[in-house]
Ligand binder design. Structure first.
Ligand code: NAD
Length: 369
């Protein structure tokens, strides 16, 4: 049986608490022989700054490069508000994304039937929702040059950001979306602002050509990003895979997140390009932050973290059975009425972080038996 090497980066705030629950799942899979994992643990964010005065050390970057995947919890918190900009906690995240070449960010928005009441939309609109947002992560307006604030000398300043995409960047993110769609509902909605932006025109042209050349079996539609924002709250179940650029993806994926109720539920994956053996560098992390307001209280929801580990099973370790089992275990504990405080709704009581983790592991046992 092959050994899967996973680097754990618990980070800050609730990070260590939810990482402990993911470790229970890993230990269970190891003990039952379902798979073999070797883990190492590093420091990122404020935790790394406290020890190394860096947001991630060179040694931990080497571990990340050598691992089959990285599982990161969250970084940041008020304790590090005053640290120099280059070593702020988020710099650790950006370094990992950049150095590992993680250009594709996958954010599933799944609404578990048991939690449909927690959505801001009516139950019938979100019950059973299962969409995947594929966001381009390393290009576009967040990175394009020039990027500056110029003093115009007349009491005015000019702020400039540059939205720039090249063909290869659009093609590689398009490929990720089409490949994913083939394994899901076989439909891709590509989103841009081709009506007002040149980069949007190119985006549409490249996606259309790629579809025609390599993926004509997949249904493709184009939708302007503003219209997509509206359709996401009108009838979200019309979507399967949505692919879009860095800026629109940032906003649309947060919008989709709220359809599902709580930030504590949402996993994500960031993938790099496949190497000659088809292996991709990858990092998995919950969509939420370090939740300093509840850190250390034992009440954080570990589901986004455990769901992120599930995504690693699917996209890095080729263990779809384990991934399905993790999803089913999460669904089952929610159906039994177990709730952490953030998803309490009208439930009479709540469970702790560690009780939720234990319950998921117990369910896993039954599912994989
Ligand atoms: P946050 O996601 O940490 O918290 C927002 C709200 O959601 C809080 O009330 C928090 O208690 C709650 N919440 C988040 N995750 C939860 C969970 N698993 N269980 C229960 N409740 C949960 O966002 P924020 O408060 O804006 O940011 C806090 C810190 O996290 C900041 O330093 C920010 O920079 C950082 N941050 C990091 C990441 C990351 O590591 N990827 C992402 C966003 C924010």
């Amino acid at each position: 049986m092959s050994v899967h090497k996973l680097l754990l980066l618990p980070g800050d705030g609730i990070g260590p608490e939810i990482t402990a629950e993911a470790k229970k799942v890993l230990a269970f899979l190891n003990e039952t022989g379902a798979a073999r994992f070797e883990t190492q643990t590093g420091l990122v964010g404020g935790a790394a700054y406290d020890v190394h005065k860096q947001a991630i050390s060179e040694a931990d970057m080497e571990l990340a490069q050598a691992a089959d995947a990285v599982l990161l919890a969250a970084v940041g918190g008020p304790k590090w508000d005053g640290v120099p900009y280059e070593v702020r906690p988020e710099a650790g995240l950006l370094r990992l994304r950049k150095d590992l070449g993680l250009f594709a960010n996958l954010r599933p928005a799944i609404c578990y039937p048991a939690l449909a009441e927690a959505s801001s939309l009516k139950r019938e609109l979100v019950d059973g929702l299962d969409i995947m947002i594929v966001r381009e992560l390393t290009g576009g307006v967040y990175f394009g040059e020039p990027k500056e604030i110029i003093d115009l000398g007349n009491g005015q300043k000019r702020g400039v950001d540059t939205q720039v995409y090249e063909t290869y960047e659009i093609e590689r993110i398009g490929r990720v979306a089409f490949e994913l769609a083939r394994k899901r509902g076989n439909k891709v909605t590509s989103s841009d602002k081709a009506n007002v932006m040149k980069s949007g025109l190119l985006w549409r042209e490249v996606i259309t050509a790629l579809h025609k050349r390599e993926y004509s079996d997949v249904k493709l539609e184009h939708m302007l990003a503003d219209a997509l924002g509206m359709q996401l709250v009108r009838w979200p179940k019309q979507f399967d895979v949505i692919v879009t650029d860095n800026l629109f993806g940032d906003m649309l994926s947060d919008e989709a997140a709220m359809l599902t109720g709580s930030l504590g539920m949402l996993p994500s994956a960031s993938l790099g390009a496949p190497d000659a053996q088809g292996k991709r560098k990858a990092m998995y992390e919950p969509c939420h932050g370090s939740a300093p307001d509840i850190a250390g209280k034992g009440i954080a929801n570990p589901i986004a973290m455990i769901g992120s580990l599930g995504m690693a099973m699917r996209y890095s370790f080729d263990l779809p059975k384990a991934a399905d089992a993790i999803d089913a275990a999460i669904s089952a504990v929610l159906a039994q009425g177990l709730r952490t405080a953030d998803i309490k709704g009208s439930a009479a009581s709540t469970v702790s972080t560690s009780e939720m983790g234990d319950a998921i592991v117990r369910e896993l046992g039954g599912i994989l038996a």
